[in-house]
Design a protein around this ligand. Structure first.
Ligand SMILES: [Zn+2]
Length: 275
């Protein structure tokens, strides 16, 4: 989605946040947890609008895949993915209490694509190829899912949408006080691709790694699986068809190092959850 390929510099982001402070448009969507995630965010579009669009787009995707026979074809895989989700969801309250009342949904698409996402409001989709091709363990599924859920908790898509709208001059910050107007028309036209931002910033990725790791650990999934997962991703990225998920989530040795550095904070949560 081109709208989301637009990047704003960190300086511009900070500038917008400072400008918006007086208007109440800057906030943070989550509590910090033990891993810490306190960055202020530019949020001009409402969560409600984002969640409604996500629910609609998710539904369209389900109907489409139902029609072409690719929705939830593998009962065993669906069971595994839903079990992981059911253990992760209650842990989201650590970061934001309202997530407990989200209308969570988890489905599996039969597809060779190596992909997974969580749309705003908790609409999760796993692609069978990701689990089967990389032979993911339940711990590794939990790391991917925790990471994708973290994007939704932090409302990174909403933030990107806000930044893109301002950058495009679709709405000014002042306009947000009077509702989106023209902006909503544009938002509605973006479809589900827009709701699973195709290009998260490195900062967003790092936040999602941190929060996702803590969610997994608190749910009793081994956070060390973060290391093996990203090693598998790196190995897969050398092939002829790099995983779809890597276009928005680059795999790198640096990323693995950062995950390793977080392990001392989250391992005690994992050990406590296992008792
Ligand atoms: Zn990500």
């Amino acid at each position: 989605m081109r709208l989301f390929r637009m990047t704003t510099t960190i300086a511009a982001r900070i500038g917008l946040c400072v400008m918006a402070l007086g208007l109440g448009a800057c906030a943070t969507t989550t509590s910090s947890g033990v891993v810490g995630a306190n960055r202020q965010q530019l949020l001009l579009v409402s969560s409600q609008e984002m969640n409604q669009m996500a629910a609609q787009s998710y539904n369209e995707l389900k109907v489409e895949s139902q029609q072409n026979g690719t929705l939830n074809r593998n009962a065993g895989l669906l069971q595994r993915v839903r079990t992981v989700a059911s253990r992760l969801e209650p842990q989201t309250a650590v970061f934001r209490q309202d997530a407990l009342s989200w209308d969570w949904e988890v489905n599996v698409l039969q597809s060779d694509e190596l992909n997974a996402f969580c749309m705003p409001g908790g609409k999760i989709m796993f692609y069978s190829g990701l689990i089967q091709t990389l032979n993911l363990s339940d711990d590794e599924i939990a790391i991917v899912m925790g990471h994708e859920i973290a994007h939704a908790l932090r409302e990174h898509s909403r933030e990107q949408m806000s930044q893109a709208l301002v950058a495009q001059g679709v709405i000014g910050i002042g306009a947000s006080l009077f509702g989106l107007g023209q902006g909503s028309t544009q938002l509605a036209a973006t479809g589900y691709q827009a709701l699973i931002a195709t290009s998260f910033s490195r900062g967003d990725e790092a936040e999602a790694d941190r929060i996702g790791l803590e969610l997994a650990a608190r749910a009793g999934y081994d956070p060390r699986a973060g290391v093996t997962l990203w090693q598998k991703m790196i190995n897969a990225s050398g092939g002829s068809a790099p995983p779809q998920i890597l276009s928005s989530h680059p795999a790198s040795a640096n990323r693995i190092q950062e995950i390793q550095s977080l392990l001392p904070s989250v391992m005690p949560l994992y050990e406590a959850a296992r008792r």
